[in-house]
Write a protein that binds this ligand. Structure first.
Ligand SMILES: NC(=O)C1=CN([C@@H]2O[C@H](COP(=O)(O)OP(=O)(O)OC[C@H]3O[C@@H](n4cnc5c(N)ncnc54)[C@H](O)[C@@H]3O)[C@@H](O)[C@H]2O)C=CC1
Ligand SMILES: O=C(O)CCC(=O)C(=O)O
Length: 536
């Protein structure tokens, strides 16, 4: 008998499959204090949460029986996925089950913004009759900028089109073909700023999107733009939004999500031109039934057949193949992370070539780690080794994997190349016996770099004094260099320098480097799972 704990208010009819199953018992205890949850979690095999329960590392300390944490929804930000993975707990979610509800709330927000419905209701319901105060605007023939053309963004775009709106879509993975087939225009963030009358956000909250809508961006938007966020708090910088509302640059904002929830930002919540809801995107009978139903079915599947389809993480894999691939596993993800940073935009095609001993193995797992590294840059924690291929296809990216058992200078060697509209980036890597992982090729230049957390990639002309000038500029910023590698195509020609640093090189450092004579380009590359150098 498997014991399931449901610690948030989750639809009973959606949980029916679990209630009815002879091998499962379900305890529903919404609103448990964290201290109590921390104690009783040790009795359960699976935990089902919505967004209220914070599944922290501390809560999981005693969760020694727990095999599955199910998020009845999309975003898993209330779950410490790393801590769960460390303990071998599978985290699953219900992607897509609340898409329609979130899209419909977005439409409701947009219409409310256009016609000031909440404000007009508040005034009329206390006996006022202020017909002149609430003159709205039509959606018809207005331009809507959709930032994030995933599941929800696409549904919003389709609905807005039926209102006669012109749609501009921005998403690193949106291709011209897909935009054409959806009947919208593929745009950049700047195009949206310049042209959109309404902007709606539908991205995850990741490093790339935190503070995406900030003072700088708002300064570029149209006077009187209206902004909607039913995705995640933190994507819009709330202080910047208040400033833009006060100046009139932004005519109105409709927000379902906030930097901290429950929000206490009264300057924003109480602003006369702001409409707010307490994170209600998925709060419909239908969405709640669907998310609960999806996770219930999946929990049964996991315990009965060991098959997983919507895992957000992946516990350790055992077996002979895994043992052989193990040294390359972290390296594969790092290769993906480096290649996507070097390309700087979403790829439309990826190519992976395995050489030598590695080519004789089943490398599917390694391919998945590379794809995970690439996609996690834009999709965050939702990418895992299980859904990596599926998501890649979903984003319209083609892939080719080739294998050649002949060695290419190393016993085992793997090369990853990303392509986008004629641009490309590539990373070649190997694991050296006794020395560990090495990046041995970067954008077609030979190098020998340990994948450490902070790397600096520089393109320059092969002229005397370059190494010294770069070193002293970094010294001016108190940045210690770990290692430095130079690769060149020919003497006096194009060259690259790859440095490992002891700390982050921010945009001031990059700016100072780019003014060095002969230096063409400098980019700071980050590997959160990089090998930290050990002091001897
Ligand atoms: N308010 C609520 O109750 C709900 C909120 N959500 C949130 O809505 C958001 C979208 O959800 P889905 O559409 O299901 O996710 P999805 O994964 O289908 O789509 C997200 C899209 O954002 C794109 N993206 C990533 N970085 C970007 C960037 N810098 N600029 C533009 N696009 C970028 C990705 O390429 C992807 O296509 C998520 O944050 C999710 O947690 C989802 C359901 C309910
Ligand atoms: O469960 C909820 O109400 C939150 C939904 C949500 O934000 C999500 O699924 O990402």
């Amino acid at each position: 008998m498997y014991k399931i704990l449901v610690s948030d208010a989750i639809s009973d009819s959606g949980l029916k499959a679990l209630y009815d199953h002879p091998n499962f018992t379900v305890d529903k205890k919404p609103g448990l204090p964290a201290e109590e949850l921390k104690i009783i979690i040790q009795n359960y095999d699976a935990l089902i949460v919505r967004s209220q329960t914070q599944v922290t590392e501390e809560i999981l300390e005693n969760a020694n029986k727990l095999q599955v944490i199910a998020r009845a929804g999309v975003g898993v930000d209330n779950i410490d996925v790393k801590a769960a993975t460390k303990k071998g707990i599978i985290v699953i979610n219900a992607p897509g089950a609340n898409t329609i509800s979130a899209a419909e709330l977005t439409m409701a927000m947009m219409m409310s913004l256009a016609r000031s419905i909440p404000q007009a209701h508040a005034s009329t319901s206390v006996g006022k009759w202020e017909r002149n105060s609430f003159k709205g605007v039509e959606l018809y023939e207005k331009t809507l900028g959709v930032v994030g053309m995933g599941k929800i963004g696409t549904e919003v775009a389709m609905r807005a089109k039926s209102f006669g709106m012109k749609i501009l879509g921005y998403d690193p993975y949106l291709t011209e073909d897909r935009a054409d087939s959806l009947g919208l225009k593929k745009a950049s963030l700047d195009d949206i700023a310049q042209e959109a009358d309404f902007i709606t956000i539908h991205t995850p909250l990741i490093k790339e999107t935190r503070g995406l809508i900030n003072d700088d961006y708002l300064a570029k938007t149209k006077q009187g733009v209206r902004i909607i966020n039913c995705a995640r708090g933190g994507i819009i910088d709330e202080a910047a939004l208040v400033r833009a509302l006060n100046s009139g640059k932004v005519a109105g904002a409709a927000l379902d999500v906030f930097e901290t929830e429950p929000s206490t930002n009264l300057e924003l919540l109480g602003h006369p031109n702001v409409i707010v809801t307490p994170h209600l995107g998925a709060s419909t009978v239908e969405a709640q039934e669907k998310v609960a139903h999806e996770v219930s079915e999946e929990i049964i599947e996991i315990f009965e057949t060991q098959s997983i389809s919507h895992a957000v993480n992946m516990p350790q894999i055992s077996g002979e193949t895994h043992k052989k691939l193990q040294p390359f596993i972290t390296l594969g993800e790092q290769m993906g992370m480096l290649a996507i940073q070097l390309l700087k935009e979403a790829p439309d095609n990826i190519e992976i070539n395995y050489f030598g001993e590695l080519a004789k193995e089943n490398t599917d797992l390694l391919t998945r780690t590379m794809v995970k590294g690439i996609l996690s840059y834009h999709l965050g924690d939702t990418v895992n080794l299980i859904n990596a291929h599926h998501l890649l296809k979903d984003q319209g990216v083609t892939s080719n994997v080739s294998k050649n058992p002949k060695s290419k200078g190393f016993a085992s060697y793997v090369e990853l190349t990303l392509y986008r509209d004629g641009a490309k980036s590539n990373i070649g890597a190997t694991v050296l016996n006794g020395y560990g992982a090495r990046i041995v090729k970067m954008n077609d230049y030979r190098v020998d770099v340990r994948p450490e957390p902070y790397l600096l990639y520089i393109k320059h002309h092969d002229i005397p004094g370059m190494i010294g000038r770069v070193g002293s500029t970094l010294g001016d910023f108190d940045i210690n260099i770990g290692t430095m590698q130079v690769g060149r195509s020919e003497v006096g020609g194009e060259a690259i320098m790859v440095l490992t640093l002891d700390k982050i090189a921010d945009k001031d450092v990059i700016h100072a480097l780019t003014v060095i004579r002969g230096l063409e380009y400098a980019q700071f590359l980050e590997l959160p799972n990089g090998v930290v150098p050990v002091m001897s």
